[in-house]
Design a protein around this ligand. Structure first.
Ligand code: Q5B
Length: 258
């Protein structure tokens, strides 16, 4: 007779049982033939909604602007180090990916989460929000940068903010709040700017993406850059990296008698 088994998993985003995959109900080939882009696929698979044209343009810019930030940052450097050690592409890219976390690139989700909380729980009370964060969380995710500052502004952030404000009709309570927080934090220290993680986190909250999807934007975008660095090192037949002694402060005890 018929055997009834409990489903092992439940999916709500895609279905490949027909002639082709459907993303939240939309046939992949139809999306292509009707002129939709990768940003629309992101909207369907991460938010189960086809973005409006205006929303798609914003998503596209977020991915473009976060794709790479040169070889010096933790993620790219991790991939380069691996490429130079002869590691294959997937593993070298995942070495870079491993670096994405609370300090580097992985502050998007928490920036969105806490700025949204601030809009709701601390409207017009930035000192109250900052002291809550200090007591309960630590450094405000989305604020602060190692090299960018008031004197050396991050053009990616400037561009995104100006695009959203001047060329879209997006309602931006999270972004507006974060920009007000930035005024307070930069008054204390010049590098406590609203950084790229914070900016995209707030815009994505304002776009109504699920909070857990937010780090995915940095992960997706930076994968493009890490693959690029791996290809670049391989094209150059780069040699194994070993740090020179002058780059290390050997603070160990001098030789001891046993
Ligand atoms: N302080 C990013 O710090 C960094 C504070 C703060 C209050 C804050 C730090 C931080 C939150 C996490 C975040 C994303 C670690 C950054 C990115 C992508 C990237 C990267 C690239 C790319 C930098 C010195 C003093 C201390 C701290 C205070 C620092 N941040 N206070 N809220 N948020 N931010 N990450 O310069 O009194 O001296 O003890 O954790 O949003 O990853 O390009 O490189 O595209 O690849 O190393 O842009 O800001 O300084 O940590 O030693 O702190 O400032 O409490 O105070 P630093 P620290 P005190 S974007």
């Amino acid at each position: 007779g018929e055997v009834i088994v409990e489903p092992l998993i439940r999916t709500t985003i895609s279905d490949d049982r027909g002639e082709e995959p459907r993303y939240a109900g939309y046939a992949a080939s139809e999306l292509c033939s009707k002129g939709y882009g990768i940003e629309d696929v992101i909207g369907l698979l991460w938010n189960k909604k086809l973005p409006t044209r205006e929303e798609s343009e914003i998503i596209k810019r977020i991915v473009m602007i976060s794709a790479d930030h040169g070889p010096a940052v933790s993620g790219a450097f991790g991939s380069i180090l691996a490429a130079c050690a002869g590691i294959d592409m997937p593993q070298a890219v995942s070495a870079g990916m491993t670096m994405i976390g609370p300090r580097f690139g992985g502050a998007v989700t928490n920036a969105g989460k806490y700025f949204k909380m601030a809009v709701e729980d601390y409207p017009n009370d930035i000192p109250g929000f900052l002291s809550w964060m200090k007591k309960n969380v630590g450094p405000v995710p989305g604020i602060g940068h190692r090299v960018k500052s008031v004197k050396n502004p991050d053009q990616r952030v400037k561009y995104l903010v100006s695009y959203i404000k001047n060329e879209t009709s997006l309602h931006t309570p999270c972004l507006d709040y974060a920009l007000e927080v930035e005024k307070v934090t930069t008054a204390k220290k010049g590098n406590l700017i609203l950084n790229v993680d914070g900016t995209i986190g707030c815009i994505l909250m304002d776009l109504d993406f699920p909070v857990h999807s937010l780090n995915g934007f940095f992960v997706l975008a930076r994968t493009i850059g890490m693959i690029g660095h791996w290809i670049d090192q391989n094209n150059q037949n780069s040699r194994l990296i070993r740090l020179y002694d002058y780059l290390i402060n050997y603070a160990v005890k001098p030789e001891q008698e046993v």
